[in-house]
Design a protein around this ligand. Structure first.
Ligand SMILES: Cc1ncc(COP(=O)(O)O)c(C=O)c1O
Length: 390
């Protein structure tokens, strides 16, 4: 059979490493909260490229920024200055806490930067302390260090031996962090809402107590806001719900409007990288930075952070009658859990019915739609989900 007559799934099977299972659909274009497959069928997208497309698909201002920048300058490396990179860094710092920024290309890379920063900080400030306390069930990426940092054995066990220096404790248990702290500890690294495991929000008071502990013990608090950042939870950053600030924060996913970009922000206390310590060829290239600046501009101008909070409440209120035993989340990061192991059949039936949702395991379904989603689209999603749930 010639490659022309083979289907996309067949070609993918032949030519792509099989690192994950794909659903049986090939998307060819998108607009706003809608996606279209190669047969022209329309889907309402409540997954947004896994919490990436904050402004939906093909947002005109992202398209314009990418078009303009790509005609001017796509890449130069970090041997030189470029204006889009500096502009984006300034915007991120203005929106968050006093800090400086390292740019990379993904969430895992942003967390690698944070881990390396913490280790150097420990060498300098805590007598060579290098251990980072993270939480069971957390997800920080797929590089060797970040699968080890993440608290899910299924992602790290096949890759032994793993790097030393990560200690896992239960999420939402500040006492466990306190008990696990030793003279080897350098940092605590947390997701303000654990996303990949199925949307587990920080309990009231948890982040505040960990912040106090880190101050008392001279530890760095690293917050992984790769999934929660940039309006997703109804605040610019999820830590703002707790009225604390981290020493180090990582971002990626939604930042580039779909272009790959990650960022690691460090407060003056933590910002100890020196020339030669870390780097990235593509990180912070003008194209990704121009797209990200456009994304931040539209979020701010259109009040999408407040909109996400409002639509998140609405979405959550529609999830109550799906027969789920638990509905949880913050802003436009919501999940529900079925008693029976039917999340995957539910996801597949929704797809058949033109609705994209994400089964994170056999029981839980995650919804992380674009921040631009409106009440009509939430209504439409609910009526499909209700029919599918029976
Ligand atoms: C909280 C968190 N950190 C890190 C990552 C890894 O990001 P990436 O896939 O861009 O490397 C993810 C991805 O799901 C995430 O949710």
């Amino acid at each position: 059979m010639s490659s022309v007559t083979k289907s996309i799934p067949e070609l993918a099977d032949r030519y792509l490493m099989q690192t994950g299972r794909r659903l049986p659909v090939t998307f060819v274009r998108g607009r706003g909260c809608l996606l279209y497959d190669d047969a022209g069928r329309e889907y309402l997208d409540l997954v947004a490229g896994i919490a990436v497309n904050l402004l939906g698909h093909a947002h005109p201002e992202v398209v314009a920024a990418v078009t303009k920048q790509s005609a001017e300058l796509i890449h130069t490396s970090n041997l030189y200055f470029t204006q889009p990179q500096v502009e984006l860094a300034r915007r991120l710092v203005d929106l968050s806490f006093p800090s400086r920024v390292f740019f990379c290309n993904s969430g895992a890379e942003a967390n690698e930067a944070a881990i390396k920063l913490a280790r150097k900080w420990g060498t300098r400030n805590r007598d060579g302390a290098f251990e980072i306390i993270t939480t069971t069930g957390s997800f920080h990426g797929r590089t060797l260090a970040t699968v080890t940092a993440g608290g899910q054995h299924k992602y790290s066990d096949p890759f032994q031996p793993l790097p030393d220096g990560f200690v896992h404790v239960a999420y939402n248990d500040a006492e466990a962090i306190e008990a696990a702290t030793t003279e080897k500890t350098v940092a605590v690294m947390l997701e303000p809402v654990m996303g990949e495991i199925g949307v587990i929000p920080a309990a009231a008071g948890y982040l505040e107590r960990v912040r106090v502990w880190c101050d008392r013990k001279n530890l760095l608090l690293i917050l992984d806001e790769v999934q929660t950042g940039l309006g997703r939870t109804g605040r610019w950053f999820a830590y703002q719900h707790a009225s604390i600030a981290p020493d180090v924060m990582t971002l990626a996913k939604g930042l580039g409007g779909g272009l790959p970009i990650g960022a690691c922000l460090a407060s003056p206390r933590a910002d100890i990288f020196e020339p030669g310590d870390h780097g990235s060829t593509f990180g912070g290239n003008p194209l990704a930075c121009a797209a990200a600046t456009a994304v931040l501009h539209v979020i701010e101008r259109d009040g999408l952070v407040g909109h996400a909070a409002e639509m998140g409440d609405l979405l959550r209120s529609t999830l109550g009658d799906l027969g789920a035993k638990d509905v949880r989340g913050v802003g436009l990061m919501q999940a529900f859990e079925f008693e029976e192991p039917k999340a995957k059949p539910f996801q597949n039936a929704c797809l058949e019915a033109g609705l994209i949702v994400n089964a994170v395991d056999d029981h839980s379904v995650r919804l992380v739609p674009p921040l631009i989603i409106g009440a009509n689209e939430i209504d439409r999603a609910q009526s499909v989900m209700r029919k599918v749930a029976g």
